[in-house]
Ligand binder design. Structure first.
Ligand code: PMP
Length: 512
């Protein structure tokens, strides 16, 4: 199914919009002034604004128009928020309906018809097994606040304190969420290896690597001298997003479910980024059939406006009134936009569409990798896609190329099994795969050192060609594609063409 997008999406991005030259001159001056004032006045901690010096003034679907008249295909999508792209008509209509109805916009956590409708629509989508016994806590509007709530919930319910989280995880920027993320050391959180093919910590990748990671988890929990007390919960992302687009193998997720269930440890699925159809199922846990005890949801559930919730099984609902409060938990516009988005994704089969289109794009990117030795890995699930850039010259240097890019290991080529690298991409296309029956990349050597500067250069060249991409991964060397689920086949082709062009501009293609 191809979902059509009117207006802006139809025109080619990267080209000036159709206005007079006087209009441009004025807009262009405004554009530069705004950017100049931003860098003079805003915090040194600002993020996306550094790599993407654009001033969006209009947007529709996949396309953003800048104040200078340039148009861009937006594969950042508000860091994966915009399931339906910018300003989708059903979202705008839902927002207008609330505005026109005279309903209060701020109601703390009071009951309203808008909230009731949102909750009904959300519960309708939940994995069976959780839906029947689900409770919802509306949180402060960022994903990180819902993560805090989830951690608090399981700590209260179990009376325990410690938490199991995974290497490379990203759960947010508030204290508890940060503790559970890969970048921050903390004594209350034990961090275990997240399975991955390309930079497998055990040097084997695939099913074997995932099984070793599961056994490590099991032995750590059962060893009274492991130094890890019985935890209050385990938190994981079904596909690590910020960690570099690493899908957990379904078998590993099932093992995590078994391991936690057998030890009465609540399993928290952080679906802030993977939810609402992005990975090819409505919720990413559905690929494996795993039913978590707790789900953390944000980003796309608000239909582009801020909204975050925790969903959990009713027996965990033992925290006292006020245990997780906050002023902004009743954003009516976000609930209306969110309900419209959830319903649209469900009714139009956009999760399936994301699965099919994403698989095709991954296959095409793997073909591109055959021409570019600087592409170390291509992976993803649905429309959550990552291209890891590496330093191919390091292959000729002694001591290069290991799981962390610092020294040589001895394992098989990346993607040599069915797991991580190939999870979402089994569909074949006319393009000849470089290798293997699994569709994963054949890289004759071990993983090469990550190339963050090359990735930044690719991002810049993409922007010059009217394509917005994000960078992620442990070393910021993964080019990330998170397009709206509504993109057409033609738009997908335009995205890949521009990316290919950008790669050619910065990297030496492989000849012969
Ligand atoms: N969890 C995951 C998996 C995320 O990807 C993010 C944001 N990228 C968060 C939590 C935090 O969400 P927020 O930025 O809205 O606080």
């Amino acid at each position: 199914m191809a979902v059509t997008e009117p207006a802006l999406a139809a025109v080619s991005a990267g080209q000036p919009a159709a206005h007079s030259s006087a209009h441009y001159a004025a807009q262009s001056g405004a554009h530069e002034g705004i950017l100049r004032r931003q860098s003079a006045r805003e915090s040194a901690a600002r993020t996306y604004a550094r790599a993407l010096p654009i001033v969006p003034v209009r947007a529709r679907g996949l396309t953003i128009e800048g104040a200078d008249g340039q148009r861009y295909l937006d594969c950042l999508s508000g860091a994966g928020t915009l399931a339906l792209g910018h300003n989708h008509p059903v979202v705008l209509e839902a927002i207008r309906n609330v505005l026109d109805s005279g309903a209060p916009l701020h109601v703390l956590d009071l009951a309203t018809p808008v909230k009731d409708a949102f909750t009904t629509e959300l519960f309708r989508t939940l994995p069976r097994g959780l839906a029947d016994r689900a409770r919802i806590q509306f949180c402060g509007p960022a994903g990180t606040d819902a993560v805090e709530a989830a951690l608090k919930l399981v700590r209260t319910a179990t009376g325990r304190d410690g938490m199991i989280a995974f290497t490379g995880a990203y759960h947010g920027m508030t204290a508890g969420a940060l503790e559970a993320s890969g970048g921050a050391p903390d004594v209350r959180v034990a961090r275990l290896p997240y399975p991955q093919d390309y930079r497998c910590p055990f040097g084997v990748g695939g099913d074997r690597g995932a099984e070793l990671s599961a056994r490590w988890t099991e032995s750590l929990l059962d060893d009274p001298k492991s130094g890890v007390p019985h935890p209050a919960g385990m938190i994981l992302e079904p596909v690590q997003g910020e960690g570099g687009v690493i899908p957990a193998p379904d078998g590993w997720l099932c093992r995590m479910r078994e391991i936690t269930a057998a030890r009465s440890i609540p399993l928290i699925a952080d679906e802030v980024q993977t939810g609402v159809g992005r990975t090819g199922t409505f919720w990413a846990v559905e690929h494996s059939g795993v039913v978590p005890d707790v789900m953390v949801l944000s980003k796309a559930i608000g239909g582009s406006l801020p909204l975050a919730v925790v969903i959990y099984r009713d027996d965990l609902d033992v925290w006292p009134p006020g245990a997780h409060a906050g002023t902004f938990r009743g954003n009516q516009l976000a609930m209306a936009a969110g309900a419209a988005t959830l319903a649209y994704v469900r009714e139009n089969g956009l999760a399936e569409r994301a699965g099919v289109l994403g698989a095709r794009m991954i296959t095409q990117l793997r073909c591109l990798a055959a021409e570019h030795p600087c592409i170390g890995d291509v992976r993803g699930r649905g429309l959550m896609i990552g291209v890891e850039l590496v330093d191919p010259a390091a292959a000729d240097r002694p001591g290069a190329g290991t799981s962390d890019g610092t020294s040589v290991g001895d394992h098989a080529p990346a993607g040599s099994t069915e797991s991580t690298g190939s999870t979402g991409s089994t569909e074949s296309t006319s393009c000849t795969q470089p290798t293997g029956s699994t569709g994963a990349l054949d890289r004759p050597t071990r993983p090469l050192p990550p190339a963050p500067e090359l990735a930044a250069a690719v991002q810049r060249e993409c922007l010059r060609r009217g394509l917005i991409v994000e960078l992620g991964g442990r070393h910021s060397s993964v080019v990330r594609l998170l397009p709206p689920l509504t993109i057409t086949d033609e738009q997908a082709t335009a995205i890949l063409d521009r990316l290919a062009d950008a790669l050619c501009a910065v990297a030496q293609p492989h000849h012969g």
